[in-house]
Write a protein that binds this ligand. Sequence first.
Ligand code: SF4
Ligand SMILES: [Zn+2]
Length: 118
Amino acid sequence: MARPCAGAHPLSPETCRVCWWCLDRSSKGRAYRQLWSEPEPPGSGRVAASIVGAVVSHASSGLAKASDEEKARRLALCLACPEVVVDGMGEPRSCRACGCRLRIKASWASQTCPRGAW
Ligand code: SF4
Ligand SMILES: [Zn+2]
């Protein structure tokens, strides 16, 4: 069965107790993810590797920033993506595919979406 709130709103662990289990690292969280066919959140090693990769490519780009328009375009695509985790205001917080913080990732010109959306 799908997560009961899937389709009703993006993954929102700060405002929804159902969504909260989708990111919980305990065995209970894992059991709920299996029940709802939700992906496992990226492990801390994978998140660390993503962050290091992002920082290295950002540094080699000369710390180039994306324009405000490009950042807004990227975040709008994230909001429509099943991998997005939103904050309590419904704004993109992080990406389940790479584990990166989206407001930072979207503002660095060198970055790309791990699913090819931008
Ligand atoms: S970076 Fe890509 S995969 Fe991650 S939430 Fe945004 S659109 Fe989805
Ligand atoms: Zn929910």
